[in-house]
Design a protein around this ligand. Sequence first.
Ligand SMILES: [Ca+2]
Ligand SMILES: [Ca+2]
Ligand SMILES: [Ca+2]
Length: 414
Amino acid sequence: MIPFSAQTDLQSDFQGNLGFWTLLACIITFFPSMINGESAMLAEHGYHHYTNEWVVRIPQDSLASEISNKKGFTYVNRIEGFDDMHLFVKESQPKMQKVPSHHLSAHLESHEAVLWAEQQVAKVRQRRGLLNRREGILARRETDRSRYEGVFNDEYWKLQWYEQDYRAKNTKFPTLDMGLVPVYTELNITGRGVRVCVIDDGLEYTHDDLKDNFDPEISYNLNNSTFDVLPRYEDPINAHGTRCAGEIAMKANNSKCGVGIAFNAKVGGIKLLDGPTTDLMEAKAIQYALDKVDIFTGSWGPLDNGLVVDGPGKLASLALENGILKGRKGRGALYFFAGGNGKVSDDNCACDGYASSIYTITVASATELGKPTYYSERCSAVMVTTYSGGSTGQIKIVRPTHLCLSTSYQHHVK
Ligand SMILES: [Ca+2]
Ligand SMILES: [Ca+2]
Ligand SMILES: [Ca+2]
């Protein structure tokens, strides 16, 4: 499904740590995928197209603008967060085209002061949403109760089994919650003072259960270059970022919806996935407001179809390195990435460079029985496992827009 022209580029982008044989196996499985219709469908939406923007690495800052003019490009700016990266535009080229302009990259690289030049390509990034093919249930039994039921008054708190295991009386199930209530009530650790940035498809900051914890200073819309990160619900898939933000920071004790895991944390959103991304956009997301954000989280990555080897490009890889070196006043920002939901397609998170990066904490998922979910991918990069929706007849987890549909979401979806 990756066109030949993009394939070399994506492989050379890939900065993950793969074993040779895994890499070879994944490359081999590339080829059957290219004969299906997915490639054509993605191309139709602008994915895999080449832009007229080049990222150019020039250590001698003062030469950048001059080189750009000399080579027939327009100089845009030095890329924020990097000392030696510059953005050039080739005005005479279409903004999107199907074939790469290798000759222009070579033309730039022929200058002795240029370390490398890379044309930006529109990439496919898939959200790690709950799969619909096996629908879970909301509660085991209405009569099941936990001893922590009265801790919060939120309408769906009593369904949050992964925080307070109300199923314990049902001997079929092990007690498997995250043990968080004593952390809240006895240690008073609730996320207060922590700023979490959700890199996704937007954040519905007007949502009743999120508006008080929304942090505009760590929010930006890279799809439209504005500060408004409201999701575009004309496409309902764009509820994903809000769901992720809700799991983290739904407000507690407001009688509404559920309770976030870190319900006093502040949460911001980087809108990145409402369309194709580029390496430059991903790099901007990964180190946005790096002096303010403690934790970045990304529940997305390359397609989970078991046919793709892909990961952060040159600039995004450097951004991750910047983040872990410079974030949190030198202690390093924390990056969490989902391990991926492609187990049903024999996908492996070793082929996902965001998950397999040494700079990210990679998360897999387990069912209410403490077993791996049928979709959660396995690889040596997985460092953490937490609960998620399981299979048919197993319990889901609580998120806004799942149970707590906002008016704006309903307006578009119903
Ligand atoms: Ca609430
Ligand atoms: Ca995957
Ligand atoms: Ca990792």
